[in-house]
Design a binder for this molecule. Structure first.
Ligand code: TYM
Length: 335
């Protein structure tokens, strides 16, 4: 008898162009799972409104992000791609889970503390509830495995806590998901400040390499990456974060291990040569993605049809799970 494939679910906020952090830390791993898992990839547009934003840009970015997912190799014939806000169930489940989650646990979340510092007094309660919505995204589809970068680990831990609490309170319901963190690329750092994560909201855009950047722009950004004054190549993220980041980018772009990458570069001892090799590897990696993206980005009809196919499948699963949950928590049937 054929056993059902395990469910993979993960997502990204459609807050702008994809950079090599999201490519090497996220979509690269996701793509490698297409054949062996039942894959659900979504765009977390409801999470994206927890920080100041422009509605028209969110709409535009959401569609661009679908095109970028596909260009990065997430073939819609082998996975489902959908938009969080188009499936009824995510926010409904968030409410149920929120009623089981202690507020102190949410206030202690690192991302909540960091992000609320940025927005000061105008911090909204949606930002506090962010991890509960994320737990709902995952538990709604009984995901077995959730591919994420390092920065999302704490969100997975709280998801597991919430699932266990629900199961203990209302009887066995949710699959307890495991994180999947790739060996290389789990934490690609900003080129100009290699102690901070590469992020599209970086005020110094030379820190961020986008998958739609031209070859020249990639070369310029990588050649100006911050390193150190030692001139020796070794992998030491603590003491030599800039060089370690370049080695990580090279390893994740070429599919080599850090050990093999070090063997290749350890006798080089020239940061300029290292940067040239890293730029070559990144350009080779993103050129076909950029070409694919340019081909489909303007085809709104196609992108909307991919989302609609994804929505239908996601809604079927979400409605089934919500019927079960509403019954367990004591609501009269309505799904
Ligand atoms: P987001 O949009 O910040 O990032 C999407 C994914 O990309 C990874 N990532 C990185 N990996 C390595 N280096 C980087 N510099 C880098 N930047 C981003 C992130 O770890 C993430 O895996 N809260 C999530 C979205 C979300 C989600 C979910 C994810 C909502 N619900 C349910 C998984 C399951 C977020 O903001 O990701």
């Amino acid at each position: 008898m054929e056993t059902a494939k395990k469910v993979i679910l993960t997502g990204m906020q459609p807050t702008g162009k994809l950079h090599i952090g999201s490519l090497l830390g996220a979509t690269n791993n996701w793509r490698s799972m297409l054949d062996d898992y039942d894959c659900l990839f979504f765009l977390a547009d409801q999470h994206a409104i927890t920080m100041p934003y422009v509605p028209a840009e969110l709409r535009k970015n959401s569609l661009e992000c679908v095109a970028q997912y596909i260009a990065c190799g997430l073939d819609p014939d082998r996975c489902k791609i959908f938009l969080q806000s188009q499936v009824v169930g995510h926010t409904e489940l968030m409410w149920v889970l929120g009623c089981l989650t202690p507020i102190g646990q949410l206030e202690r979340m690192t991302q909540f503390k960091d992000k609320s510092k940025k927005v000061g007094d105008s911090v909204c309660s949606g930002l506090l509830f962010y991890p509960v919505l994320m737990a709902a995204d995952i538990l709604l589809y009984s995901a077995d495995l959730v591919p994420i970068g390092d920065d999302q680990k704490q969100h997975l831990e709280i998801t597991r806590d919430i699932a266990q609490k629900f199961n203990a309170t209302y009887s066995e319901t949710f699959t307890i998901p495991d994180p999947y963190i790739g060996e290389t690329g789990a934490r690609i750092m900003a080129l100009q400040n290699p102690t901070a994560k590469m992020s599209k909201s970086d005020s110094n855009q030379n820190s961020v390499v986008y998958i739609t950047d031209t070859d020249d722009a990639v070369r310029k950004k990588i050649s100006s990456a911050v390193t150190d004054s030692e001139g020796a190549i070794s992998f030491d993220p603590e003491n030599k974060p800039g060089v370690a980041n370049l080695l990580s980018i090279y390893a994740a772009s070429t599919g080599k291990s850090i050990a093999d990458t070090l063997l290749e570069f350890s006798s080089l001892n020239s940061y300029a040569a290292l940067k040239r090799s890293v730029a070559d590897a990144v350009i080779a990696k993103i050129a076909p993605i950029r070409a694919h993206y340019c081909k489909i980005a303007g085809n709104r009809e196609y992108l909307m049809s991919v989302l609609e196919t994804g929505r239908q499948e996601a809604q079927k699963r979400a409605s089934k799970m919500m019927a079960k949950i509403y019954h367990k928590v004591g609501f009269l049937e309505n799904w």
